[in-house]
Design a protein around this ligand. Structure first.
Ligand code: FAD
Length: 310
């Protein structure tokens, strides 16, 4: 089968490349540990012999079923693709970072000091940084960047963190040893700069005192708001922001449309990469049968068949 991948992001790799490319993953079979971006690079190398095609930086807006085995997808840029089967692997949907309500923040977006994701921690080497948030992402990056950045300040609105207890302990230890500055019970109140960010102010929610810290970067890590976006309008059965599927083959209520990975839901669903791989395998076999009615397909191991390059 020939496969064409469309993604709104400018690169392949979904959450792994966009949110945590440099984080080690420990639960991929066969890899005791692997950096998220390395896993994506390896997967890309593995699919290369099949010459998949890519449309990147475009969002699928509409999905029309014209007939059996005849779908048309249209992107926000007007690109149209025709397909016999559609597999939605839309993850959290087209995700947008949750932004704090701070006036003028947008003036420093797009390379001027305010980032909502850390793509390459090396970009912050020897820089002054303010991170904000209380979840795993804020904690993990604070720990990681403490070794790289010149100065790290973590601002959190409360005294308790939502992240893993181990990470919380590490962050408190780093603060005690003076490696980072930890500001609790405080909210971001304003940003200052001239073309590029150079200061961030925060207000203590108890004392109402306002302090300012000089910084090169502000990274608010308040999570992503999962939005299915256009996918909601395609006539699929949606259950709690996800697509309901039949676990026999991860098909949806519309014959010829499948949903795999984080975007689907079923009893005991686990949002894990491993589960996405399994779902993709069952989906592929079912998709082959749907595309080729009447043709008998016998599964052969790759150790027997090798790779049939296109
Ligand atoms: C910080 C963090 C750590 C994690 N650690 C682990 C771990 O250790 N082990 C593990 O197994 N899992 C981990 N996960 C979960 C794992 O990343 C997800 O299960 C996995 O990324 C799901 O893959 P996916 O392909 O279903 O979706 P995603 O990776 O979310 O990719 C979906 C893609 O679809 C695109 N998209 C959505 N809608 C459209 C549209 N309309 N048009 C075009 N493109 C669209 C998005 O841009 C996105 O690139 C972690 C997740 C996070 C956030």
């Amino acid at each position: 089968m020939r496969c064409h991948l469309i993604d709104y992001l400018p690169q392949i790799g979904g959450q792994l490349s966009e949110i945590y490319p440099k984080k080690p993953i420990y639960d991929i079979p066969g890899y005791p540990t692997v950096l998220a971006q390395d896993l994506i690079n390896n997967l890309k190398q593995q699919i290369d012999p099949f010459h998949p095609a890519f449309t990147l930086g475009e969002r699928v807006e509409s999905l029309e079923k014209r007939d059996e085995r005849d779908f048309v997808l249209t992107t926000n840029m007007g690109t149209q693709l025709q397909a016999k089967v559609v597999v939605i692997a839309g993850g959290l949907g087209c995700f947008e970072p949750r932004k704090p309500a701070v006036k003028g923040l947008e003036d420093f977006e797009n390379g001027k000091g305010v980032n909502y994701m850390i793509l390459d921690p090396e970009a912050y080497r020897n820089k002054r940084m303010v991170l904000a948030g209380g979840g795993d992402s804020a904690l993990d990056w604070t720990i990681y960047l403490a070794e790289i950045a010149e100065e790290v300040t973590l601002i959190h609105r409360s005294e308790t963190f939502r992240g893993a207890p181990d990470s919380v302990n590490k962050v408190f230890q780093l603060a005690e040893s003076g490696k980072i500055k930890l500001v609790l019970n405080s909210n971001l109140s304003s940003v200052q700069g001239n073309g590029h960010l150079h200061g961030v102010s925060y207000e203590n929610s108890k004392t109402k005192e306002v302090h300012t810290v000089e910084t090169d970067y502000l990274v608010p890590l308040f999570g992503l708001s999962p939005k299915l976006g256009p996918i909601e309008q395609w006539g699929l059965n949606i259950d709690k922001n996800a697509i309901a599927v039949n676990t026999d083959d991860y098909s949806t209520n519309i014959p010829g449309i499948y949903a795999i990975g984080d975007i689907n839901t079923y009893t005991n669903k686990l949002k894990l990469i491993l589960c996405g791989f399994h779902e993709a395998a069952l989906m592929s076999h079912s998709a082959y049968k749907y595309i080729n009615p009447g043709i008998k397909y016998t599964m052969k191991y790759t150790t027997v068949n090798g790779i049939n390059e296109f």
